[in-house]
Ligand binder design. Structure first.
Ligand SMILES: [Fe+2]
Length: 213
């Protein structure tokens, strides 16, 4: 029985056009995201088989595959909800997301500085990766991470709250090699209500990192 399942999109394929074409959304969700879900489930089965048979020759590859597919599933599950056809602009107190706006200003100096850092981190990924805004519980700050593939270059314990997919499958059919243009357009569909909700939950939950002996 599958442990992980592909979540439904919160909108139809055309909801983010013209920033992201319906063709990209359909392929991205139905094929790419689905492949990570299947990969995570398949890897769990292979690990169970390795335990049963006590055959550990493939353990390094299996653990890498688990991190890759599970992280791909998690990031895409956040990505769909981070976007809306009614999004864009910047978080404002008047829209009920003032605490997120304040945290961004405190952590990065200003919204413009944050936008520049996340845009640059996403657009300059080498190969496949993501630009991520994450809540880091030890400092209580927001940080930007430049993630390799789905799982590399990540600060342990941080929680992603806004993710920009910078893999070619996210934009190439529409933007060709203009990754910078795609990342710039992405800001038009950011769902700040969703980002603020994730920030509140990340900030308020008990985190084992903060436990003292
Ligand atoms: Fe993707």
């Amino acid at each position: 029985m599958a442990v992980y399942t592909l979540p439904e999109l919160p909108y139809d394929y055309s909801a983010l056009a013209p920033v992201i074409s319906p063709e990209i959304i359909e392929l991205h969700h139905d094929k790419h995201h689905a492949a990570y879900v299947k990969g995570a489930n398949d890897t769990l089965e292979q690990l169970a088989e390795a335990r049963d048979k006590e055959t550990w020759g493939s353990i390094n590859g299996l653990e890498k595959n688990l991190a890759f597919h599970l992280s791909g599933h998690i990031l895409h599950s956040i990505y769909w909800h981070n976007m809306t056809g009614d999004g864009g602009g910047e978080p404002l107190a008047a829209d009920g997301v003032g605490e997120l706006a304040d945290a961004i200003a405190e952590s990065f100096g200003s919204f413009a500085a944050f936008k520049a850092q996340l845009s640059k981190a996403a657009a300059t990924t080498q190969g496949s990766g993501w630009g991520v805004l994450a809540y880091e519980p030890l400092s209580g700050r927001l940080i930007v991470e430049q993630v390799y593939d789905h799982q590399g270059n990540v600060g342990q314990g941080s929680t992603p709250i806004l993710v920009f997919d910078a893999w070619e499958h996210a934009f190439y059919l529409q933007y060709k090699n203009q990754k910078v243009d795609f990342i710039e357009a992405m800001w038009q569909v950011v769902n700040w209500q969703d980002v603020a909700r994730r920030f509140e939950v990340a900030r308020s939950r008990t985190n084992a990192l903060l436990l003292t002996p």
